[in-house]
Design a binder for this molecule. Sequence first.
Ligand SMILES: CC(C)(COP(=O)(O)OP(=O)(O)OC[C@H]1O[C@@H](n2cnc3c(N)ncnc32)[C@H](O)[C@@H]1OP(=O)(O)O)[C@@H](O)C(=O)NCCC(=O)NCCS
Length: 184
Amino acid sequence: MDLHPAHPRNLAFAPLSEEDLPLLYTWLRKPHIREFYHQKTVPPWEEMRADYLRRLHPLWPTRCFLARAGTAAIGYIQVYRVSDYPEYAALIGESHGISLDLFIGEPEFLGKGWGRLILSQFLHDIAFPLFPEEQVSWIYHDARNRRARHASMAAGFQPVRSFHEEGDLKELFFLHRAGFSRNV
Ligand SMILES: CC(C)(COP(=O)(O)OP(=O)(O)OC[C@H]1O[C@@H](n2cnc3c(N)ncnc32)[C@H](O)[C@@H]1OP(=O)(O)O)[C@@H](O)C(=O)NCCC(=O)NCCS
């Protein structure tokens, strides 16, 4: 696969399905995911499966997707309305908009520009169209997660403020729908 940024990449999103859960479970246990994305102990397979099966219901407020590069599944991304999660809204100090979480599960795809492309293309193709009434997207990263912070800013997010979560310093970023263009 050609990873040169000047060449188009074949990135697509598919709603997460039950068949994807074993792969997701493999990813969640990898060291680069445990570092910042899933720091808590990974639950046993049956528990994790039950948790994610609930998320597959069409009325579940978080919408979950697999990112594919060509035929290869490379990562996971989810989007939700901030107002559907009051505790999260209080944590980030915002009451409106959508918010994203993502990771690249396959280590060989890290640090090659896929993260910024996933963010930008997902907002354009999936996230904003799914929530047409929302005007802003939020994302937050651990202050030490330089790769994630750089990727988000490359996708057009701008830093807003810092806050603490369970003792760790986090940084909140925002991106307005107005003026947003797929810039990567
Ligand atoms: C965060 C993540 C999605 C970013 O995707 P990515 O494809 O790796 O990132 P990109 O290649 O688009 O951008 C990486 C940026 O960080 C820089 N970078 C790469 N490796 C780095 C490292 N080890 N330390 C610091 N910066 C690094 C790159 O130079 C680039 O920035 P620049 O364009 O300003 O030079 C991906 O790294 C990931 O899944 N990480 C593990 C899970 C995670 O942290 N998720 C985010 C929590 S919400």
